[in-house]
Design a protein around this ligand. Structure first.
Ligand code: ATP
Length: 604
């Protein structure tokens, strides 16, 4: 019996038959099965739940055998072109040829060799990851915003054998590849659908031919187990130097199934995607899980406030019109919603009405990666009617806790554990606690395997019973909803005898009319250990008015007397810095460790 390592080669073929063989070591229930075909191939999604250690070669072969009929479905949209599941798989197979001839002299298995993927969100990126998995490699999505030195660190650390790059990034990547003795190739371009193929139904004979090609092509690839590495993602480095987080085929398939189930992703969904792909938010929540469910992913590679509102208005209009390619799902980091609200406020009355209506028609809007400030959540709800679904995740386990799709979404919390995710809270002494503040620990089928080449750090990150220690301080409310108080070593300040959450203070300060953005952190103090310090970006109009009057947009005294009614005295900021903007990374996060160093240097 042939088995295959990549459960992630998932494409959608409706109407999909139920595929169960007596010889299969898996069962098909509620998820979806991604599925590849030959150069004339296609990816299918069949509802399934994969048991651990299942090989997807079996599923692919069985799916091919039973597949019949159906259209050439759209998987992706990018730059006004559509790409079918079939075309993606076809390109993935082209990529296997490049990898095989460059990395392993024509043999079939990369055997865990690392392949750097350098492309903006595009069909090339997806085909690159799928092609790497298909021939036994480990995909390493590269951060395109990284300067050369950081790219070199990541590529040397993960010991990359080959880089696949788009033309746009050829200059820098060819150079870095040469410095770390990795092979380099440009992506072959992915053919887009013509308007004819977009609506064309393949004949039964045509499909039979494709399926038979697919079967023979796929059968040429080697067996790998579900616990083999499939993906290395580098952490953002908020808490230290970026570490390579190794995910396996099993952890990936588990996560996409968990998300599909929790948020009811389906083939009826169309996801507007505008996040980077080297972080879990953009890669799993907005790409792999929707593709697994057979949805369409619509790439907008650069976040654009105007572009997003426009895309929603093109999807729905107040006279009841709904476009065929209407967006149903959206996810973003909190700062994106802040910017979208600013864009909304700058519109005239008619455009506001049209925009608010269009946004209200989406099925689901989600938020995460950092704390969603309550004022932003409230304003978004007032404008669009959507209470944002806030969830909590991390590179090491992707998503673990979420507010519900149906049921109460509680502001200021991230909800409850997702299906099949176990959590516990440990006190400073390492004892499990049911109330009060402590470190969140997570055990889930989506947990990573290890930090790349960091055996000791990996070991230290887990409890004896296999829970991953997140480094985040949390509390649980009376209904079992989790509240993230922040990174223990960056957001939890020790002031006098108190442990204070910077995130809690930030949420309150953001309610001040003059404050657009803020960051709270503890600066060293000889009397109190640390003092609360607020770095504030004032609203543009407040800033302009203050400039005209030759005074600061906000003084520490004004801030403290306003906050006195809302915060305990020991939580009031003792230092205030006004800034034009906050230094944020690709996921909208402020690196507080870096920020502290800068402020300390400034104060010295
Ligand atoms: N909804 C949320 N509310 C508050 N914090 C969140 C939320 N979602 C994610 N986070 C924060 O983001 C962290 C995970 O992000 P990521 O894995 O990118 O790590 P990082 O902290 O940004 O970088 P590094 O691991 O390199 O320090 C979580 O541990 C948590 O602190």
């Amino acid at each position: 019996m042939m088995s295959f390592k990549s459960p992630n080669l998932l494409l959608h073929l409706p109407p999909s038959p139920h595929i169960i063989t007596s010889s299969s070591s898996f069962s098909l229930r509620n998820g979806s099965l991604l599925f590849f075909s030959t150069s004339a191939c296609r990816v299918f999604a069949a509802k399934t739940v994969v048991q651990p250690e299942t090989s997807s070669m079996e599923m692919i072969k069985e799916t091919i055998k039973h597949a019949s009929g159906g259209q050439d479905r759209v998987a992706l949209r990018a730059a006004k072109k559509s790409y079918s599941y079939l075309q993606l798989v076809s390109s993935a197979l082209d990529i296997t040829s490049i990898l095989r001839s460059n990395v392993i002299n024509g043999s079939t298995c990369l055997d865990g060799a690392r392949v750097g993927i350098a492309a903006k969100p595009s069909p090339e990126f997806v085909a690159g990851v799928l092609g790497t998995w298909l021939c036994g490699g480990v995909a390493v999505p590269l951060a395109l915003s990284y300067p050369e030195a950081e790219l070199l660190h990541v590529m040397n650390d993960s010991d990359i054998s080959m880089v696949l790059s788009s033309e746009e990034h050829q200059g820098i990547l060819e150079n870095v590849a040469a410095q770390c003795s990795a092979k380099f190739s440009l992506f072959p371009s992915v053919t887009s659908m013509s308007p004819v193929t977009e609506s064309h139904e393949h004949s039964q004979n045509g499909r039979a031919g494709m399926i038979s090609n697919l079967t023979s092509e796929v059968a040429k690839f080697p067996t790998k187990e579900g616990d083999d590495p499939a993906l290395i993602l580098y952490t953002s480095g908020t808490t230290g130097k970026p570490k390579g987080v190794v995910h396996t085929h099993n952890s990936i398939i588990s996560q996409v199934q968990i998300l599909t189930e929790a948020w009811e992703y389906s083939s009826k969904d169309q996801f507007l995607h505008c996040l980077p792909l080297h972080h879990v938010h953009g890669l799993f929540n907005a790409l792999l899980a929707p593709l697994y469910a057979g949805a369409v992913v619509d790439f907008m590679p650069k976040f654009s406030v105007r572009g997003i509102w426009q895309r929603w208005r093109d999807s729905y209009s107040k006279d009841g019109y709904k476009a065929d390619d209407a967006i149903t799902l959206f996810t973003g980091v909190p700062t994106m919603y802040t910017r979208l609200l600013q864009g909304y406020e700058a519109m005239d009355a008619d455009q506001r009405a049209a925009s608010a209506y269009a946004a209200s028609q989406l099925r689901l809007m989600m938020c995460g990666s950092s704390a969603l400030p309550y004022p932003v959540m409230k304003q978004w709800e007032d404008v669009t009617g959507h209470r944002l679904l806030e969830r909590y995740g991390m590179t090491e386990f992707v998503m673990a806790i979420s507010n519900p799709l149906h049921g109460k979404r509680k502001g200021g919390t991230v909800g409850k554990p997702l299906p099949r995710v176990e959590v516990k809270t440990l006190s400073d002494e390492g004892v499990e606690i049911k109330t009060g503040e402590g470190e969140l620990c997570v055990r889930s089928p989506s947990l990573f395997k290890e930090y790349w080449k960091k055996e000791t750090v990996t070991k230290e990150s887990f409890t004896d019973d296999g829970f991953f220690k997140t480094g985040d301080t949390v509390t649980v409310d009376e209904d079992g909803y989790f509240k993230i108080l922040g990174r223990t070593n960056a957001d939890i300040m020790k002031v006098g005898g108190y442990k204070l959450s910077a995130l809690e203070i930030e949420a309150v300060l953001l309610e001040h009319d003059a404050i657009l953005e803020c960051c709270v952190l503890g600066l060293p103090d000889k009397d109190y250990g640390e003092v609360v310090c607020a770095i504030i970006v004032p609203h543009e109009d407040v800033k302009k008015k203050a400039e005209q009057e030759s005074k600061p947009a906000l003084t520490l005294q004004e801030l403290r007397s306003w906050a006195l009614e809302r915060l305990a005295p020991y939580k009031l900021p003792k230092k205030l810095f006004l800034r034009d903007k906050l230094p944020r990374n690709a996921m909208g996060k402020v690196n507080k460790k870096e920020m502290k160093k800068l402020l300390e240097a400034e104060a010295a």
